[in-house]
Design a binder for this molecule. Structure first.
Ligand SMILES: Cc1cc2nc3c(=O)[nH]c(=O)nc-3n(C[C@H](O)[C@H](O)[C@H](O)COP(=O)(O)O)c2cc1C
Length: 179
C-alpha cells in the first residue's frame, strides 16, 4: 500500500509538512509513505501545455500521484482558500484520467482556531471537481498549531496523535476497499 503525501506549504518550518512527517513516522512499516518535495519546481499552470509539451516536472508530479494507492494533502489556509502553490499544482492534473477516483484525505493545520477549515472545504470542492474520491473519514483539522507541535515539528499532544492514527487508518481502509 502506497500512501503519497503533498504539503500545500513550502515554508521551511511548515506545520503542514510537519504533520505529514509525523504521519510518516507513525505509519505502519508495511506502508510505503512518501512525501512530494518538489512543489516549487512546478511552473505556473498554462492550459496550452497541459496535454502536449508538458514540462518534465509536471510529468514527474503526475507519475508520482498515479503510482500511489491513496494521497494525503495537508494545506495551510491563505486568505480563506488553499495556497497558490497547491492550487497551481492541482490545476496541472485537473484532467488526468489516471487520477480519477484517487482516494484522498484532506488535512489542514493552522495557527488559528478554525484550523484551516475553509481551505479544507475549498480543497474538497476542487478535488470533487477533479473526480477524486475524497475519503471524509481520513480528513484531519488541527487548530492552534503552536500548542500541538514541538519546536522540531514533532507532535506534542496525545489527542492529536490519536486523531492522526484514526485518519490514516481510515484512509488505508478506504483505499484497500477501493482497490
Ligand atoms: C498569506 C497568508 C494568509 C493567511 N490566511 C489565513 C487565513 O485566511 N486563515 C487562517 O486560519 N490562517 C491564515 N494564515 C495563517 C496560516 O494558515 C498559518 O500560519 C499556517 O500555520 C501556515 O501553515 P504552514 O505552517 O504549514 O506554513 C495565513 C498565512 C499567510 C502567510
Amino acid at each position: 500500500m502506497k500512501i503519497f503525501a503533498l504539503s500545500g506549504s513550502v515554508r521551511e518550518q511548515s506545520y503542514n509538512s510537519g504533520l505529514l512527517n509525523a504521519l510518516a513516522n507513525i505509519s505502519d512499516k508495511s506502508l510505503q509513505f512518501e512525501i512530494y518535495k518538489n512543489l516549487k519546481s512546478l511552473p505556473i499552470f498554462d492550459p496550452a501545455l497541459a496535454d502536449e509539451n508538458t514540462p518534465q516536472s509536471v510529468l514527474a508530479f503526475k507519475a508520482f500521484l498515479a503510482a500511489s494507492d491513496a494521497v494525503i494533502i495537508s494545506t495551510p489556509e491563505y486568505a480563506h482558500g488553499v495556497t497558490g502553490v497547491l492550487k497551481n499544482a492541482l490545476d496541472w492534473v485537473v484532467n488526468a484520467p489516471e487520477l480519477v477516483l484517487k482516494p484522498v484525505a484532506v488535512m489542514s493545520v493552522s495557527t488559528s482556531g478554525l484550523g484551516g477549515l475553509r481551505a479544507q472545504n475549498a480543497l474538497i470542492m476542487t478535488l470533487v471537481a477533479m473526480n477524486w474520491n475524497v475519503v471524509v473519514e481520513g480528513s484531519l483539522n488541527i487548530p492552534y498549531a503552536s500548542r500541538r507541535f514541538n519546536r522540531d515539528l514533532s507532535i506534542s499532544d496525545e489527542l492529536t496523535k490519536k486523531r492522526m492514527k484514526i485518519s490514516l487508518d481510515s484512509l488505508v481502509r478506504a483505499a484497500k476497499d477501493l482497490r
